[in-house]
Write a protein that binds this ligand. Structure first.
Ligand code: WQD
Length: 337
């Protein structure tokens, strides 16, 4: 099929473009490059031997999105494009609501006009909020506790209402846990702009000498080693989960929700130790105050993705750290030359 991937130059997007091409699909990418580099697509082409068609387009520009669809013969869409920093969303909610909601509404309106109704949406475990028991299960009530998470939740609601109103839609809502790692070639990987918000890219930048030390946000949680537990998932497994969901909805109308996670929690210190093993030397860190908004622990119930999609994670935290380190070591400044 010909698949449009929005946000396809980003971390998860670029890995998914590669998996789609390896599965035999043709890929068109829309990205506004606000938080990523087109270099990632050049490297994906090097790995797959296939060029993805690229359009430097912002989804808030509906006319430009319309131009991409006109005559393109797109069969389905995987939608990653969106702002995704929780802290920034608290400081700048309007930017997040406008970009994430208007961009998505433009995209689905253009899809509808072109009779393209197979849609895989990049949602997030953050929609489960702070009141659900762990492990998180798809049928639980959701309630995000930050503007970024609320944009994901509201887009899930929009898509759910659309699917209820119009049975021609085939929609997968994928709730990611904590994506980590890189393609084993070390040629593509996570390249956050500015100071990384997330744990593993920050550790990787300490290891490669770009940052002085890791600040561990809290060592006094009610967990085995006092640090928070999260469900880390290799970005390669995550990309395969998108291909599996796309295949599932290609043949079925309706709205489907799946957690994409390992079903296991790992602590901050466990991940740090694993990364030190990959690097082969200690990584400096300091345990500091808790970060506002962090939950002590959460991980996925991954049963339904296995039952419905035949998909489950295959890679360990050690493999995630080895692959993440190979990318960072070979690309100390990310995609910047
Ligand atoms: C993991 C753990 C931190 C950085 C976030 C978003 C979520 C999703 C995934 C988009 C926590 C600790 C982190 C650091 C640390 N993103 N940490 N020092 O918060 O589970 O989820 O990313 O969808 O929406 O909320 O991931 O990597 O930020 O933190 O100690 O420098 O690492 O306290 O316990 P999180 P994270």
């Amino acid at each position: 099929m010909k698949i449009l991937v929005t946000g396809g130059t980003g971390y998860i997007g670029s890995h998914t473009v590669l998996s789609l091409q390896e599965a035999g699909h043709d890929v068109v990418v829309i990205d506004n490059l606000v938080n990523s580099s087109e270099e990632s697509l050049r490297r994906v082409a090097e790995l797959s031997g296939k060029e993805a068609e690229f359009h430097n387009v912002d989804l808030v520009d509906e006319a430009a999105v319309e131009q991409v669809f006109a005559g393109a013969g797109i069969d389905a869409v995987i939608h990653f494009a969106g702002l995704k920093a929780v802290g920034e969303s608290v400081r700048e909610p309007l930017k997040y609501y406008y970009n994430n909601l208007v961009g998505t509404l433009n995209l689905i309106r253009v899809m509808d006009r072109h009779d393209v109704r197979s849609f895989v949406f990049s949602s997030s475990a953050t929609v489960y909020g702070e009141h659900n028991p762990i492990p998180y299960v798809e049928k639980m009530e959701i309630g995000a506790n930050n503007p970024y998470g609320r944009t994901k939740e509201q887009i899930e609601d929009i898509l759910s209402d659309l699917g209820d109103a119009d049975p021609r839609w085939h929609i997968a809502l994928l709730r990611y846990f904590n994506p980590v790692g890189a393609h084993p070639s070390g040629r593509i990987g996570e390249d956050p702009q500015g100071i990384p918000n997330n744990l593993v890219p920050f550790i990787a930048q300490v290891a490669v000498g770009r940052r002085e030390k890791l600040m561990v946000f809290g060592g006094d949680y009610d967990t085995p080693d006092g640090t928070c537990l999260r469900d880390y998932i290799h970005v390669e497994d995550l990309a395969e989960g998108h291909v599996a969901a796309l295949n599932y909805v290609a043949g079925r109308a309706g709205v489907f929700r799946w957690n994409l996670g390992s079903g296991r929690g790992s602590s901050v210190l466990e991940v740090l130790r694993s990364f030190e093993k990959a690097v082969g030397e200690p990584i400096p860190y300091e345990i500091t105050e808790r970060r506002a908004g962090d939950l002590p622990a959460f991980w996925a119930d991954a049963a339904s993705a296995l039952a419905d999609l035949g998909w489950s994670t295959t890679k360990t935290v050690d493999q995630m750290c080895e692959d993440h380190w190979r990318w960072q070591k070979n690309n100390p400044q990310g995609y910047a030359s």
